[in-house]
Design a protein around this ligand. Sequence first.
Ligand SMILES: [Zn+2]
Length: 218
Amino acid sequence: MPRQTLSQHPALQRMLAGFKGFRALYYEQRPERIKDLMEGSQRPEVLLIACSDSRVDPAIVTNAEPGELFIVRNVANLVPPYQPDDGYHGTSAAIEYAVTALKVAHVVVLGHSNCGGIQALAAHLDGHQVDGQFVGPWIRQLEGCRCASETTGDSTADATRLEQCAILNSLDNLMTFPFIAERVKDGTLTLNGWWFDMTEARLWGATPEHRTFQVLTD
Ligand SMILES: [Zn+2]
């Protein structure tokens, strides 16, 4: 799109202004930091698997700097089970690269409140059709997950439980990847599930061993 045409699209124009701010902050004010990042390869210590939701950008939420987080985002921050076939497994490819090539020390699955993907799952469990040729099957991978069948009738509590259950399910699925199970066993990789309460601005956390979510930040 020609530059003059961009000015007719405020959302894109806003992104260009944002980019200039980013460039000023890192390339002009802290060139040594950028130089360090450009020399050699990236060395992030964390693989973060987050939702595509525009309100939960992991770099913004964790105030991360360039080079700190290797991120894969998808609808509802799901990790599918290990499935070595010829399919186009984008999430699994990112996980494999982060763990085996970059050798990250930590994996964080970051879920969140008010998750549209999980709301679609709840609707599906209620017998409604999930729209979308791709979203439907993607979300339905959770229908067998342990707490999908438990409902309390309290929609907010049920949504939170499903969101957290989906995170735990992703942690379990991570362990089905042999290269992850091996590293967790030898202590070189940790698996963490975090849930971002957008309303209260708090992070909650659980692990494969400690499956009840606890507040991580006041
Ligand atoms: Zn979401």
